[in-house]
Structure formats: C-alpha cells, structure tokens
Design a protein. Structure first.
Length: 656
C-alpha cells in the first residue's frame, strides 16, 4: 500500500494536475494544509484526500514529518503540488514496492524553466514507512540522510521514473512569492549555523532570486570553503558561483572556479559546456571546440549524479560546433552537427533556421536550398510545415520564394499573418502586407509591424506615403504617432502640421528606426528640414546621444563629403573613426582617431575610443596566438584580462 503525502498552501492552480497524475498510483492521499485561503482544500477533498491542518512554523521538515505521521501505507511517496508524475508510470511505480531488498527509491526531477532547456537532478521521493525515516532541514528538506545510515547495505536505487516540476517557471515562482520567503528562512538558518555549507548554498540561491549577485557570490564562496566535495549538491555550488561571476563580469575568477570544478568532477558535462561557451565568446575557438567535443563524449547525464541542464550533452554542443564549422567554412562538418541537433531537438525553429543558413552558405543558391528543405522538412500539420519552410527562406533572405509559399496558404493563424506581412514588405507588396498586418491580433506585435511597414515605405525608391498605414490601429502613443506623421510629411515634401523637436525622444526613436533600415537619404532630408542646415551641424547632432550605428554611418558619409571639399574638424574624423570601429576596420579607425587628436589633443571620447581600439588590436593578436597554442596559460590569462576590460558581463545559456 502506497501513501501519497503532501504539504500545501494556496495551490488551487496546481493541485488537480498533481493529484490527477498520481491518483491511480497510490492507495491513500494525505494532504497537510498550512493555511490555504483559496480552493486548495476543496480540490483535495474532490480526490478523496485525507486533509489535515497544520500551523506553519517556517520549517518544511516539521510539516513533512507531520504528514508522515498520518500515513498508514507501507510506502511513502511525496510530491509537491507544482509537480506531477510522468505519464503512464503507475504500473512501474507499484511494482517498485515488491522488492524486499530496497528501502528507498530515487526519482529524476525535471525542472521546467522559462526559455531554457529543463534542469535535471535526482532525489529520494519514495521510501518505506518507518518511524525512524524522518525529514531534516527547515528549507530544502531531505530524507536521504535519515535513511542511508540505517540501511546496512540495503540499496537506495533509481526508480527510473520522472517527476515534472513547474515551480521554477517565473509565473509560479512569483505567484508564491518564493524569493522573499526563502530568503527570510535561509538568512535565519545561516545566522544560527554560519558555517553550514548547505545553508550558505541555499542563501546564495535566495540572493540570486532577489538579484543580489554579489551577495550570492559571497555565500557560494563560503559554502565551497566548508562543503564536503562528495556531497551531491557540491557540484551545483560551483556552477551557481560561476554563473554569478560571469554575470558580474568577473571572468578571471570564473575561469579559476571552472578549473577547480573540472578537477573535482571531470565527468560533469555541464562544466565543460560552460567552459566551451565562455571561451567561444572570448575568442579561443580551438579550446571551445575541444570543450564541446568533450560534452558529446560524456553525453547527457542520465545517472543522476549531477544537476544537469537538458541538452548540454547532446544538441547544445552540436549546435555550437555547427556554428564554429560554418564560420570556418567547413560546411560538411557544420551540416553533420546541425543534423544531429535536429535529431535530438526537432521542435525548435531556431535550429531549422540555422540549418537553412548553413545550406545557403554552402550552396549559395536559394532554389537548391529550397529543394533540399522541401524534401526533408516534415510536420503532421501541413500549414505548419509550409510556414516552417517560408520562415527558413525568409531568414536566409530568399523573400520571393518565401512569399510564393505564403501565397498558397489560407489560414487565420497569427504566426502566418506575421510572416506574410514581413515577407511581403521585403518584396515591395505593401498593400498586401498591410492586409496581413490587420490579421495580427497581438497589439505589441502589430505596433512593431506598423513601424517596419512605414520604414519600408520611406526607404522605397522613390519614398512612398505611409499616411494610410499610420491610421491603422497600432497602439502607438499619440505623441509617437504625431512624430511619425510629421516625418512622413517631410519625406513627401509637405509641411508638417506640428513642430518637430530634434531632441524629443520620439523624434530620435523614429530617426534611429529609419537609419536601421538604411534610410540615409530620407534621414538627411529630415535633419535639413528640422533646422540643421550644414553637414557639420548634422554630424554634431548624429554623434551625440543616443548612440546608434546608423547615426554613425550617416555621420561618416557626411564627413567624407566635407573632407573632399577641404573641410575638416575633430568631429569629422571621430565620426569616421567610430564608423570604422563599428565595422571592425581597426587600422582605418586608428588613423581617423589620431587625426582627430591632432586637432583636439584633449578630446576625451577620441581618447577613450582609441584606448578601446588598442585593446581590440591586442585581443586580435592574442586570439591569433591561441589558434596555434589553445591551452597556453599565459595567452588564456591575457585573453580573459582583455575581455574583462571590453565587456561588463557575459551571458551564457549553459549556466544554471
């Protein structure tokens, strides 16, 4: 007989899902409610649960143990309300109770996360109902510490069953106010036992959830000083600490802890993936490639020894290797790895798009790419299949082919309308694009599409009137819309109905959007019409805040025209220097900045950009050296030091 034991509070959003997954697997449901104010208790009773009420004392172990006291089954299964058992596991779960040589079973917990692959770890979730088996720990309570000393060699074994956990999803986490609750409990525990590594690790996690990364680093660092490195959670301390250090831009310290973690846990695939992603971003491609290859050798962590992100032993390193080989021009190897990605992860559009990019780079001909994709992309829903093909073609700039597919599709799906609108814009079929736009129900997306349509009209040859499209229900704020309409009048040679102010936020929003669409001629006309008569006035305005690559490109174009006429100033040379810098033409940038400093030696922004330029020069030389000697410690140290100066933080997908 199996008793399901749970402690709950205000779980009406989740409880039915959890109990539905477990009701056929157990013989008794024990629900201990710690103060619900919603429909939690009523839902529990609908499932025939025995409901008990318990006064909450900021102690999860005490509440869990109270639930165990009520259970009458031979075995205890415990779940949280924001979890569910994997489908079709009841027969397997019941068969576990027939083994006389086992005291407890480990389950794999699959933690769903927003926008990332799930995190996986293991935990004892089913055990014999014995009075000596009780939980310990006021937060992140554990039962295994009570079971293993008493088993006398009797195993705690893997059940082979998964539990899906929804609690790490942002909506769930915020709904329960977990961050503040956990931080309060953890702070109290550390105050009572300041050298307890698990409490320090937990408090570090609470700090992360409250965005106190520096505080988290302090607690994680101290936890590592006291932890037994054989503890199941010890590798996760390393990963958590490295994650915070990278986000804080403390790259040298992160590299040091990566090396320590690899030394203690050489078969931990996640640490090799994080190292690979870091050094790929830093520019040591050879070292990154070796790390990703090592990830594939280790494979997905299925034994449950480590907390691991899904994909770091399969599709994630394959995707990185495909990207690297594409950059190196080794397209057959890139395709080989990208195909492996899609075998493991065939429900993610970004990986199909990456495949299309590799094929386009390899073959060069859009028709050939289309033929290959058409023969290999399959989906049970034919509209989805055709939409996938059109999106892939759109992303590789084969707009006519993409439009041909979309023309044959009739559907009211919003995703179809969005891509139809964007594709038709690209080939100049603006009226049809507007018709598709009106089928997009999501207002923020419609707002973006209206602006893209207007910019496309303004950058057409000749520019076209966007008035009728600005009248669409786009959700733009009134002042923003007024600036769009005023600038539309200027582009068409009409006098704006209201004054346009150059330093207005919306004026610069519209101007920058136009420049992002390479609308240099209409942008120049706008600046002239708004009172900036000379090139020098226009350049001064463009290179001031807000910074934008398109502004620097227009400023550089105007600067070249002035220099050809014999006019020169520090602003002319700075605009050109910044343009060349943005396009990684560092020698040309250096020459321009030095000319600017000859005219104005104390020019601070030229000095700062030149200093950054010298760092890039040095970085290029170090990266070149690392192509030959990827493991050289001195070159790697210099690489990290330069990148720390060039960037404030590094965002890594592999970090937990």
């Amino acid at each position: 007989m199996i008793s399901l034991c749970m402690i709950v509070k205000n779980e009406e959003r989740n409880l039915a899902r959890c109990l539905n997954s477990a009701k056929a697997c157990v013989d008794e449901i024990i629900i201990v409610d710690t103060g619900s104010e919603d429909g939690t208790v009523a839902i529990a009773k609908q499932f025939g649960a025995k409901v008990y009420h318990y006064q909450w004392q900021d102690d999860f172990a005490a509440a869990r143990n109270y639930s165990l006291d009520q259970a009458t089954g031979d075995w205890i299964l415990y779940l949280d309300a924001d979890e569910e058992l994997e489908a079709n596991c009841c027969e397997r779960l019941r068969s576990l109770t027939k083994r006389e040589d086992v005291e407890a079973y480990i389950f794999q917990i699959v933690n769903l996360t927003d926008g990332n692959a799930p995190l996986k770890h293991v935990n004892v979730r089913m055990f014999r109902n014995k009075p000596t088996y009780r939980f310990e720990g006021k937060l992140h309570e554990q039962i295994i510490t009570a079971i293993t000393p008493q088993t006398n060699g009797t195993p705690v074994v893997n059940s082979g069953i998964k539990i899906i956990h929804y609690g790490y999803l942002a909506a769930e986490f915020l709904a329960k106010n977990k961050a503040q609750r956990n931080h309060k409990i953890n702070t109290k525990l550390v105050a009572e036992d300041p050298d307890n590594p698990f409490y320090l690790y937990s408090l570090g996690g609470s700090c992360v959830n409250l965005n106190d990364l520096a505080g988290a680093v302090d607690h994680y660092t101290k936890a590592l000083q006291h932890v037994n490195l054989q503890a199941m959670y010890a590798p996760s301390i390393f990963i958590s600490l490295i994650s915070c250090l990278l986000k804080l831009g403390r790259l040298a310290e992160a590299v040091e802890y990566i090396e320590q973690c690899k030394k203690h846990y050489p078969d931990y695939v996640d640490i090799h993936y994080i190292e690979g992603e870091l050094f790929y971003q830093l520019g040591n491609v050879k070292r990154a490639k070796d790390c990703f290859t090592r990830c594939l050798e280790l494979g997905e962590q299925t034994t449950g020894r480590y907390t691991s992100r899904t994909g770091v032993g399969s599709f994630l390193p394959n995707a990185k290797l495909a990207e690297i080989f594409k950059q190196e021009g080794n397209y057959p190897k890139a395709l080989q790895h990208q195909i492996q990605v899609l075998k493991a992860k065939n429900n993610d559009m970004q990986y199909y798009v990456q495949l299309a990019h590799i094929l386009k780079a390899y073959l060069g001909d859009g028709q050939q790419v289309y033929a290959i994709l058409k023969s290999n992309v399959r989906h049970k829903d034919k509209v989805t299949e055709q939409l996938m093909l059109s999106r892939m073609l759109y992303e590789i700039e084969e707009y006519t082919l993409a439009a041909r597919i979309l023309n044959n599709l009739s559907s009211d799906r919003p995703d179809l309308a969005q891509y139809k609108c964007r594709t038709l814009m690209k080939i100049g079929r603006y009226a049809e694009a507007a018709e598709a736009l009106e089928q997009v129900p999501h207002l923020p997306l419609r707002q973006t599409l209206v602006q893209e349509l207007v910019f496309s009209l303004w950058t057409a040859n000749p520019p076209q009137d966007a008035s009728q499209y600005l009248a669409l229900d786009s959700g733009l704020e009134e002042e923003h819309l007024q600036y769009f309409q005023g600038i539309n009048d200027i582009i068409l040679g009409r006098t704006p109905t209201s004054e346009l102010k150059l330093h207005n936020f919306y004026f610069n929003e519209v101007l920058n959007g136009l420049l992002d669409h390479k609308g240099f001629a209409p942008a120049y006309h706008i600046l002239q019409s708004c009172g900036l008569a000379s090139h020098h006035q226009q350049i001064t305005f463009l290179i001031a805040e807000p910074e934008n690559d398109g502004r620097f490109e227009l400023a550089a174009r105007l600067s070249l025209q002035d220099l050809r006429k014999g006019q020169r100033s520090a602003d002319h040379y700075y605009a050109l220097g910044r343009y060349f810098f943005n396009n990684q033409e560092y020698h040309s940038a250096q020459a321009m900045l030095q000319k600017a400093l000859e005219l104005t030696p104390q020019n601070t922004r030229c000095q700062e950009l030149l200093q950054k330029l010298y760092l890039h020069h040095t970085l290029t030389m170090v990266q070149e050296a690392l192509r030959q000697y990827p493991e050289n410690p001195e070159f790697n140290r210099q690489l990290v030091e330069i990148q720390m100066k060039l960037r404030k933080h590094t965002s890594l997908k592999g970090v937990h």
